[in-house]
Design a protein around this ligand. Structure first.
Ligand SMILES: [Zn+2]
Length: 317
């Protein structure tokens, strides 16, 4: 059994079985979500496929090196830093099947075309770094072929699935980071792959329902995992995950109070400091991103404007 993680750009100390094609994101580029690769009797299962071609290439290189086919992709959610590599992996392994919630259908007619519109004015703006504009062009091209990102098998509810001869506990978290997040727990390795239910340096709340996200983190706590892999950031052990969960709840509570957003952000950054990388810029990013997200939540009654949960903001999800 082996588990590998791409996209972290860090050595995986304490992961004796892991082979890590570490692909750090170059400066000014948008991130790639982490990929987690599971080894099963009939091939490899890839959780999330990144945004850039270098990320997909690292996954394909790992499969070639191990002389194993990729037989399944599980997408944690439809954000482009997690699904854009699906077509490249499928081109190399035409028989693979993609498992995901159907939340991407709403995104293909809502958030994604809106983001194409929003990015248009910046494409030729010389004050925007060229790498960032290249990513905008990349994302626009990916959205144009958006139907190729959709799942072959829709996950409608939490279930136990046998993928390539290995059993995984697949969890559907409705109305969390997106309207349908998927996370999985692998009982054999004790690994939980959480997608963007855990992101650092801040929770990415752009399409989120905070209450559903909180319930998802509560459900993750109940799983007997040994290692949790976030969507962005380094692998965590249980105490680190629990710290993230507490910090997330306090951050959401603060966003609903009348405290200045800067002080919610300062509390967040201080709370998650032990989880951040040693790069001193990371604290600054934690702070500036969380200021932005408090503003985003407050502008939309405590949730993102893409939250589709029916109940009131205090009880969504
Ligand atoms: Zn992400």
């Amino acid at each position: 059994m082996a588990v590998a993680v791409a996209g972290l750009g860090i050595p995986l100390s304490g992961w004796p079985e892991a082979a890590a094609p570490a692909v750090p994101t170059p400066p000014n580029h948008e991130p790639d979500g982490n990929s987690v690769i599971f080894d099963a009797p009939a091939g490899l299962i890839v959780m999330d496929t990144g945004r850039h071609d270098w990320h997909a290439r690292a996954i394909l290189a790992l499969a070639r090196e191990r002389e194993q086919d990729i037989v399944a992709i599980v997408n944690s959610h439809w954000h482009l830093d997690h699904v854009s590599g699906n077509p490249a992996l499928r081109a190399a392994y035409p028989g693979l099947r993609v498992y995901a919630s159907n939340a991407i259908d709403g995104a293909l007619s809502g958030f994604l075309p809106a983001s194409v519109k929003d990015s248009a004015p910046y494409l030729d703006d010389p004050t925007v770094p060229e790498e960032t504009r290249a990513d905008m062009r990349l994302d626009r091209a990916t959205i144009q072929r958006g139907s190729e990102l959709r799942p072959d098998v829709v996950i409608h509810s939490s279930t136990v699935l046998s993928l390539a001869g290995r059993q995984f506990h697949i969890h559907l978290a409705p109305n969390a980071a997106t309207s349908g997040d998927v996370w999985l727990f692998d009982p054999r390795s004790g690994v939980a792959a959480l997608g963007d239910l855990v992101t650092l340096p801040a929770p990415f709340l752009d399409t989120a329902c905070p209450e559903g996200w909180k319930s998802a983190l509560a459900k993750v706590s109940a799983a007997p995992f040994r290692i949790a892999i976030p969507g962005h950031g380094a692998p965590m052990q249980r105490p680190q995950f629990l710290l993230y969960r507490r910090s997330f709840e306090s951050f959401i509570d603060c966003s609903r109070s009348d405290r200045p957003k800067e002080s919610c952000a300062a509390d967040w950054a201080q709370a998650v400091r032990p989880l951040l990388s040693a790069d001193p810029l990371e604290m600054r990013r934690a702070q500036s991103m969380s200021v932005y997200y408090v503003g985003l939540l407050r502008a939309n009654g405590g949730r993102s404007k893409y939250c589709e949960a029916r109940s009131d903001p205090k009880r969504d999800g």
